[in-house]
Design a protein around this ligand. Structure first.
Ligand code: PBG
Length: 337
């Protein structure tokens, strides 16, 4: 019986009761330490050829690849919801993929057409262009391959050309996601040399060789081509000091902001980077993380909306300046309500 419960002597608390500020909604709001707003969200889009074309991605329920005209509509929706920037990823048609990845620097490639169409129609939204060869090469690796080896300096030379056509097409931020050594400095120098000194570089600085990229590789069509893994350039998930060296190096080479990727399993890296460097740090809530939330929610295991907001808030708490997330549009609209 409840009445029989003895009230324990709580004198040792000395009046300090941490639950006091949690008792009411107004008080919880008052002591809340971090905020999530639409301007924290960057929305990745997958681009395909065609007109008024959308295709489903089996492992990313609710995300569709969009033709350029529909990307323009998506960009308008993003702008209206207060999203500051989009990150574009092309699904290059098979016949244009090659060992040399030459389509990456074709000024009329799918990526460039998407960049210029969106920039024309919705100039107030920032455009982030991914630079890596896996979206253009026939073997699904981020770099050029010779005798099974991923070539560093030769890959950087191709990336420079890719970054230049993307910049001309309307990219505002060049985002090398390949983890080759020296690419940030080389791209910075090339951009400055071509009159693009105002283009930013967001370096995928601490990018891990992760199992969480699976659905993305389906989305851009690189997964089925990929033989082996990316462990000779993406980082070992056991390491944290090495991530700090990667970030330090990219900052020294001229990065304007850096990224940690994947997101939620690597929040320790986000926090450590935030405490170590004075530069905006972005985190990428990658496709596998997206799929885990969607699929767990679909199975009735977790509350979908609650879990999404909690996951995004965790990035802010860890010190991220913003998050690349496939939930961006939905969440920005929700936050704006
Ligand atoms: C490739 C690239 C990848 C992602 C972004 N750029 C995949 C990879 O490195 O294999 C993953 C994003 C995601 O999983 O959502 N350059």
């Amino acid at each position: 019986m409840a009445q029989d419960w003895q009230k324990h002597d709580m004198e040792f608390l000395g009046g300090r009761r941490l639950r006091r500020t949690r008792r009411t909604a107004w008080s919880r709001a008052m002591v809340r330490e971090t905020m999530l707003t639409p301007s924290d969200l960057i929305w990745p889009l997958f681009v395909i050829e065609g007109h008024n074309e959308k295709t489903q991605i089996r492992t990313m329920p609710g995300v569709e690849r969009l033709s350029v005209d529909l990307c323009v509509e998506a960009a308008k929706a993003a702008r209206d919801a207060g999203i500051p920037a989009l990150a574009l990823f092309p699904n290059t048609p098979d016949h244009l993929r090659s060992e040399s990845g030459a389509e990456a620097y074709n000024p009329d490639n799918l990526m460039c057409r998407a960049l210029s169409a969106i920039k024309d129609a919705v100039p107030e939204v920032g455009l982030i262009a991914d630079v890596a060869l896996d979206e253009y090469s026939s073997d699904g690796q981020d770099g050029l391959v010779r005798d099974g080896e991923i070539l560093n300096d030769e890959t950087v030379a191709v990336m420079i050309r890719s970054a230049l056509v993307q910049s001309k097409a309307g990219a505002d931020i060049i985002a090398p996601s390949d983890m080759m050594d020296g690419r940030v400095g080389a791209i910075r120098e090339a951009l400055d040399g071509e009159g693009f000194e105002q283009k930013q570089i967001m370096a995928y600085a601490a990018k891990y060789a992760s199992y969480y990229y699976g659905p993305f590789r389906e989305a851009v069509g690189s997964g089925s081509r990929l033989k082996g893994d990316k462990r000779t350039y993406q980082m070992d998930y056991a390491n944290s000091d090495e991530a700090m060296r990667e970030i330090e190096q990219d900052i020294a080479e001229g990065a304007d902001s850096v990224m940690v990727k994947p997101g939620l399993p690597y929040l320790d890296i986000v926090r450590r980077a935030k405490d170590s460097f004075n530069i905006p740090i972005y985190a990428y809530q990658v496709s596998g993380e997206f799929a885990m939330i969607e699929m767990a929610a679909a199975a009735g295991a977790i509350d979908r909306k609650g879990a999404i907001l909690e996951s995004l808030w965790a990035f802010k708490r860890a010190g991220a300046s913003g998050v690349l997330t496939y939930f961006a549009l939905e969440v920005a609209r929700e936050l704006g309500r």
